[in-house]
Write a protein that binds this ligand. Sequence first.
Ligand code: LMR
Length: 329
Amino acid sequence: RRHCLQLAAAIGAANTAPRVWGAPSITVRLSHVVARDTPKGMALERFRALTEERSQGRLRVQIYPQGQLYGDHDEMQALQLGAVDMVAPSLSKFGPIGFPEFELFDLPFLFDTLEAVRRLTRGKVGKTLLDSLQRQRLSGLGFFDNGFKHMSANRPLLEPRDFVGLRMRVQASRVIAQQMRAWGAWPVTLPFSETRRALETGVVDGTENPVSNFWTQGMQAVQSDLSLTTHGYLGYAVVTHQRFWENLPAGDRRIMQGALEDALVFGNEIADAQNDKALAALHLTGAAHIHNPTPAQTRLLKNASKPVHAELAARIGQDWLRTVQNALP
Ligand code: LMR
């Protein structure tokens, strides 16, 4: 009887004691290239918190931000080799590694709103794209947004003639490279983590990104002008390797899947706000001159983009682009 009372007391004590998690049974290593306080950094942090909470610490997520562990050029390879378990590259980075269908997201002026992008990613096109990753034994777990890209340099970039002669850093995307050429600039492909330094040392003259990436890398210290061209979309896909994903106990996989779904919804909710906050900070500090193109200037950029659309259609097939166009509002 005394033994039973001791046990009851122990259980009572356990119920009121603060929650202490034991050692994790699985640690998920997640690598990405941007800062923590960006839409991507925050969405992935939410994924970590939800996974750990819902598994009561049995599942841990170790996040390596800012390209600390792997950069643009090697993160996919690290995933293939099992050196990390999850990555969330921008959609622009899928083309060069064997998934040219993803290049559609880089087309200048294809999307008017984030809602239009979401219609695409949540529908048949999105599913086809995620499924295509199986060709390399990858599992695509979902899409999420950063936002629209703008142009920076040490001068305003509002219409094609402003770009002439400039060396512009681009992601490893043929479409973005072609966009820069179509507007008169020289594209220079560089990993994200090397971009700020390349701007600082004059290796390149300018670049493009949503404002949250511009601000959190401190690019305003090395670029005097930001032109709000809103010319292209930047979003991400969360990717894991089938070897890792399919070997997870079904219950753990469900927890992670649910946590990720919620985290990506959260990411999409805060993306606009993070970009707005970064723009407000730029205005407030006066760290860069901010310019808005006139409708006529935007029209010039749009007109000059036509060959970029035609070239991609020739490369990935008119049918695929037609499917995409039909899915847009
Ligand atoms: C870039 O390389 O410019 C961006 O895609 C970085 C990122 O992942 O947001």
